[in-house]
Design a protein around this ligand. Structure first.
Ligand code: HEM
Length: 324
């Protein structure tokens, strides 16, 4: 976001790092009363943990592989112990070991969550840039909802097109493309036997683009499919699961949608008269009257956007392995 627009009015802007910094800041403040400088160190180490974890054998589904002291497993254990437990030291007065582990797991998820919000913001912007007609629609809607005023939480409800765009980008590029579940006991699905402690993985990305479910344009960006909400979007709306499903459903879903809508609404320019963007371009606005953090603080003050978590069914075993 630092680059200046050139004399022709067009510049290439690297936004990913900015979004990452912003979402860590927001999530840190909302969840821990911390700021980015406080959370940055933990976040950087967790980033290391994520890249180490992704080089591990998640697709093999054999839990035993997690306990073999390979180079990447050892690196992962080191990062978990030193980075996350250190990060969570403010919570150490909780006492019980399982509760501590439970908190640490949630702590990890929340930091991973910042990354998901940043990824979704980047993809939504990319789609708006490559679909100028949707960019126009979103801009017109945001301008109308705001009516030249400071962005208020109540205005977000009027930004239906923007919500449709976000839903569609979460459909095409879900930040958590695979969801994992570990069998806590032997299970049978028809003639499939899943032994105890085996992991099963659901490919959310594949479900989200199945033409049998979403129709012939399943691979295309078409936010219109969400004009009647998620329930009217396809033949089997329960397969739309960017935020997961069941008792482990994302705790920050509403919060994430609010951050995404605020960020994108504030990025949309204030000027009606700007010409239509060329394919691949997006018009950015800047408005010093509007501060995304302030608006979020107001929203958080008004309503609890992060509901309290369901305790794990068996303390210490029901760790989330994907998402956030
Ligand atoms: C676009 C942004 C986000 C996406 C796509 C996302 C997605 C997910 C997914 C797929 C899961 C796993 C659900 C399952 O296994 O069924 C999850 C879990 C979770 N998410 Fe998010 N998330 C996002 C943002 C957030 C934010 C901002 C927070 C908190 C501020 C958050 C907090 C959590 C927590 C605590 C869990 C664990 C829930 C549990 O195990 O009970 N997420 N998220």
């Amino acid at each position: 976001m630092e680059q200046q627009i050139g004399s022709e009015g067009v510049a290439e802007i690297q936004v990913d790092e900015y979004f990452m910094g912003f979402t860590v800041e927001v999530v840190s403040k909302a969840c821990f009363g911390n700021n980015y400088s406080g959370g940055e160190d933990i976040f950087l180490r967790i980033r290391g943990l994520i890249s180490t974890m992704s080089s591990r054998a998640i697709f093999k589904g054999f839990p035993i592989l997690r306990y073999i002291p390979t180079k990447s497993n050892r690196e992962s254990w080191r990062l978990e112990n030193e980075a996350i437990l250190e990060g969570a030291e403010n919570m150490s007065d909780i006492g019980q070991e399982s509760m501590e582990q439970y908190l640490v797991d949630n702590f990890k998820n929340i930091y991973l969550a910042s990354k998901s919000v940043a990824i979704s913001t980047s993809w939504s912007l990319m789609f708006l840039a490559t679909n100028p007609e949707w960019q126009d629609r979103v801009r017109a809607e945001v301008l109308e909802a705001m009516g030249g005023q400071k962005l208020e939480p109540s205005m977000l409800r009027k930004m239906k097109t923007l919500k449709m765009v976000i839903y569609e980008s979460l459909r095409l590029y879900p930040p958590a493309p695979m969801l994992g579940r570990e069998a806590l006991q032997d299970l049978h699905f028809g003639n499939i036997h899943v032994p105890k402690w085996v992991n099963t993985w659901i490919s959310v990305a594949k479900l989200h683009q199945d033409p049998k479910i979403w129709g012939h344009d399943a691979h295309k960006f078409n936010p219109e499919r969400f004009s009647n909400g998620v329930s009217g979007s396809c033949k089997q709306p329960h397969v739309y699961m960017p935020f997961g499903f069941g008792p482990r459903l994302c705790l920050g879903q509403n919060f994430a949608m609010a951050v995404l809508r605020i960020l994108l609404a504030l990025i949309s320019p204030r000027e009606r008269s700007w010409p239509r963007a060329h394919d691949g371009e997006i018009w950015f606005g800047s408005d010093s009257n509007n501060n995304a953090e302030e608006i979020l603080a107001e929203i958080l003050h008004e309503q609890p956007l992060v509901r309290s978590s369901t305790p794990p069914p068996a303390a210490g075993r029901a760790h989330l392995r994907a998402g956030g």
